[in-house]
Design a protein around this ligand. Sequence first.
Ligand SMILES: [Zn+2]
Length: 157
Amino acid sequence: MALRTILTVGDETLKKKCRPVTEFNDHLHTLLDDMTETLLESGGVGLAAPQIGILRRVVVLLDVNKDPEEVIELINPEVIEMNELEQTIEGCLSVPGKYGYVMRPTWAKIRAQDRNGNWFEREGEGIVAQCFCHETEHLDGHLFTEKVTEYVEVEQE
Ligand SMILES: [Zn+2]
């Protein structure tokens, strides 16, 4: 496994639409392992492949509600269901130090493939539902800053 560099806002790669994954091979598995290592090192909740310069529809995230140690791998993910939107505070590893109010569902269901290409569905609440939306938007070249209604000061630990 290897740590990858996280791109930050201003890098054009973050604005590009990612291609679907079609081959579930060693190359993909290495990417997933590297993304997991990079995510865990970053202290973030989710990471999308374009954030490390790879234009493929791949996301890793932590299910912080169930088991903060469990990394969920989402290949070709799509949010297929969500409940009503509520205002919440959000940030992004690619937009360091900036936090703002966005509208997100408090519950969402995602459909994705695992590292072997098997489709599955998974539900998430709160920050996990928020992360499903945030990370899939990265795959279409969108950043949360496009949705921010107001920036807020958040104390850093
Ligand atoms: Zn992000």
